[in-house]
Each structure stands twice: as C-alpha cells, then as structure tokens.
Design a protein around this ligand. Structure first.
Ligand SMILES: [Zn+2]
Length: 313
C-alpha cells in the first residue's frame, strides 16, 4: 500500500499596497487552500519588508504544520546578472537582490516569478485554460504582460522573461497608418505595445484622437452612448491589440489566449477580438479561443504556489 505524501506550498502575491499569502496543501487532487493572510506592503524600508515576509511565512508554516516551499509573484524584472530587482512598483525593492535576501531569511526552496507569469500559470492549471496543451495568459492592466504555458507548466525562458509581449514594439506600419506618436516606455525603449494597448494606453489613444482624458470604462460608456470619438478610440485599440495577438498566434500558436487585468472585464474584447485577429492572419489559420480568466488577479498567489510546485515537486 502506498501512502500519499502531503506537501504544502505558500504562494505570495506582492503588490504595491498589499502582500497576500495563500497556503496550500497539495495531494493527488491538486492544491487545497488552507490559510490566507493579507498585510500592507512595507513600501520604503527593505529590512522591514524582509522581516514582514519572514513573519508572514512563519505564521503560514504554523497553519500547515510544515516548512513549505515558497513561490512569489512580483511585478517588474530581475537583472539576470546581478539578481537585482528592476522597475518594481514597491520602491523598497528597487535595486535590491530580493531573491537572495528572502532566501537567507526564509531558509527553504523559493522561487520568484513575474506576476503576469503567475497569472498565466494559475489559468493554465485549474483555470480557464485547464487541460489545454498550451495557452498564453495576456494581462491588460496598468501594463501589458503575460506568460506562456505548455501542458500546464510555465515556460520561463533563459532570462525568465518569456511572455513579455508588452515590450514588443508597435509595428511602424501601424504607427504610420494611425499617425500615432512614438511613446517612451519605462523599460528604456520607445514604441512598446504596452504604451498603447494597456489601460493607460487606451486612455492615451483617446487623448491622441480627442484631446480628452478618460479612463477605459468611461471610454466604453461614451462609445455605447454614441460618442464617435470614443468609438474611434475603441476601434483603434482593438486593431492594435488584435495585430499584437495575431503576431502571438504566429509565434507561439497557443491553444487559447486568456485575458487578465482590468481590461479583461470588457465584454467587447471577447466578441470582437477573434474577428479582428483573423484580419491580421493568413488563410488557413484558426484564431484560438479568447477566454475570460477563471481566477484573474485573485490567482496571483495561487499561480506563485503552482510555480513553486513546478520547480520543487
Ligand atoms: Zn517597454
């Protein structure tokens, strides 16, 4: 008789204002949530941040009655050579070797993934794209990021940045066609897709066309009320996004694309994107299903725990 071994994982989602830990037991049926805690993010003091993380994990260990492996989802990019965090939305972490400091403090298997990659993994394993051979999770929120999963596993790539589609450049042909400005990006380059297709990007497109400031939901409401300028913004945003996703289909050919982030709540994307993507593809290529997320932003900690399980089975 074999006895199933109970394992546990802590998934931690680090945001600009809050840190959420979800602790899971793991058995042959998958992850079961057993504990959840949210704390305010210590935003400016790195030592305070590390101490808060240590205490958060120790409390979760007590609930699981084990020292569990930790997966962390964190926005921003890690410099592969120095291990230092770049462009985080938590000022205390910028320029810090976050992984090694937490490794020293927590003394256990630990992995840090991009928050968008954790979102994708959560949707690939038990989420909207569960059991599909491959999927791409595309976040459209304050930025545009994503992750690519094959057979329920995240492909991170050599630098750990696989899926960073938001920093593809917008094609010159589209800049020219729509007479768009070449916008600088926080990554140091210019003309990145993120600046045009994210939530703030949609507002930027509207400002460009109308001279008016509006958040995406207001633009959608104005378009529904008959504003021609708002309708033009939505059509432009849809076409830029569709071109990007068509490029994604040609590159990775995922079996589904799951949308995440604030713009994933816009119903017109699910209705209109498939046709708009098709216009940028050649004949004989099927557009994969464009799916709403099952977990969405709430899956960040779950995805981080799944990433830990993927690395430390
Ligand atoms: Zn960029």
């Amino acid at each position: 008789m074999t006895r199933s071994k109970v394992r546990g994982y802590h998934g931690i989602d680090i945001g600009g204002t809050k840190i959420e830990l979800v602790a899971f037991h793991d058995d042959e049926h998958g992850l079961h949530e057993v504990h959840r805690e949210r704390i305010a993010t210590p935003g400016t003091d790195f030592a305070e941040f590390v101490q808060a993380m240590q205490q958060l994990v120790e409390r979760a260990d007590a609930r699981l009655a084990m020292s569990a492996a930790v997966g962390i989802g964190l926005p921003g990019i890690v410099d592969k050579l120095s291990g230092r965090q770049l462009s985080s939305n938590v000022p205390a972490l910028n320029g810090r070797a976050v992984a090694s400091a937490l490794q020293d403090a927590l003394q256990r298997p630990l992995v840090i993934g991009n928050d968008c990659q954790c979102f994708a993994l959560s949707e690939a394993d038990g989420g909207a794209a569960h059991a599909l051979p491959s999927m791409f999770g595309a976040i459209l929120g304050t930025g545009a990021g994503g992750g690519y999963c094959v057979n329920g596993r995240l492909l991170r790539g050599a630098n750990g940045i696989a899926g960073e589609w938001g920093h593809w450049p917008l094609p010159a042909a589209m800049l020219q066609q729509y007479q768009l400005p070449l916008l600088p990006c926080a990554c140091g380059r210019s003309g990145c897709l993120e600046r045009y297709v994210s939530g703030p990007g949609m507002s930027q497109l509207h400002r460009h066309l109308s001279g008016e400031d509006a958040v995406p939901l207001a633009i959608v409401a104005q378009a529904a009320a008959g504003s021609v300028l708002a309708q033009q913004t939505m059509a432009l945003h849809l076409d830029l996004l569709a071109h990007a996703l068509a490029t994604l289909v040609i590159t990775l050919d995922p079996h589904a694309i799951v949308l995440g982030g604030g713009l994933s709540q816009m119903p017109h994307l699910y209705q209109q994107l498939p046709g708009a993507i098709r216009r940028h593809l050649f004949n004989g290529v099927s557009v994969p299903p464009i799916l709403p997320p099952a977990y969405g932003d709430a899956g960040g900690a779950r995805g981080a725990a799944l990433l830990a399980r993927q690395l430390y089975p």
